[in-house]
Write a protein that binds this ligand. Sequence first.
Ligand SMILES: Nc1ncnc2c1ncn2[C@@H]1O[C@H](COP(=O)(O)OP(=O)(O)OP(=O)(O)O)[C@@H](O)[C@H]1O
Length: 301
Amino acid sequence: MSYVIEVKNLSVTIKSTKIVDDVSLSVKKGEVFGILGPNGAGKTTTIECIEGIRTNYTGDISVLGFNLLKNRTDLLKKIGIQLQEASYPDRLKVKEICKLYSSFYENPKDFHSLLESIGLHHRVNTHYSKLSGGEKQKLSIILALIPDPEILFLDELTAGLDPRSRREVWDIILKLKKEGITIMTTTHFLEEAEYLCDRICIMNQGKIVYTETMSNIQSLSSKQVVLSSKDEIPQEAFMAIPSVEKVSVEEDVYTIFCQPDIFLKEFNKISSLGKYVITNINVKQATLESIYFEKTGEKNE
Ligand SMILES: Nc1ncnc2c1ncn2[C@@H]1O[C@H](COP(=O)(O)OP(=O)(O)OP(=O)(O)O)[C@@H](O)[C@H]1O
């Protein structure tokens, strides 16, 4: 497996509070990996450590085989960083900002062709202050692409954009993914994660509480039977039923990932389960949204 980002036991402590707490994750080459989580969960801090912007951490981070603390300058030539809140002097024109960024690199990508492919070429002579929110975000992607990066980091890329601009930006990201760039992104939009990401993790209070591929999440959708029992039912009893893929237990609630129609038909036939008293049984639709609310302990209202 070729991982381009490997993070082991990353922790960041500020004023004796752990804002990132023992985070381990890895990202494969060409993958779009999303970090989700509520405000203050530690997403930006985590991504900033991986980008090499923050160094006040413990743990090991390897990006494209570089050790961040030793080879940060070399790494910066190979990654593109889109900043959550970038701002430039109002009187600078788009082309002047692009030229400035290009001057930072030995072999920058031609910004005119980037402006063309991202659809901002018609604004090349426009002052930064005159760009719309969507255009500013497109510019921030172009600037992140100037180093011709192998990995692109995006932090809340579409925050504040209207639905049309958001879609446009998503399509740009999908185009970049097709070109083979690895992308790590944070987002508050679950629909964005569903649209763009190959794999996601959910952070809560500094910890990763869930990691899964989007294709698994989508195949888990509408495949849960949730039942309650005061009895302690061994997981093997459920696993013996055809179509059951996984069982999770929380107090007296058993969530069974399965094909509900097959499960319910077979369940009654299994005599070993007859001795347990089932107090409630439901078929539940699991979606990224329901997983998110379950894992972050927030209410889905
Ligand atoms: N330099 C700092 N000093 C003190 N606290 C900080 C500092 N940087 C971050 N924090 C705190 O660390 C926690 C995590 O912040 P972080 O920005 O990583 O979260 P986040 O998940 O990206 O949140 P958001 O979705 O709101 O952007 C927050 O409670 C934040 O207030």
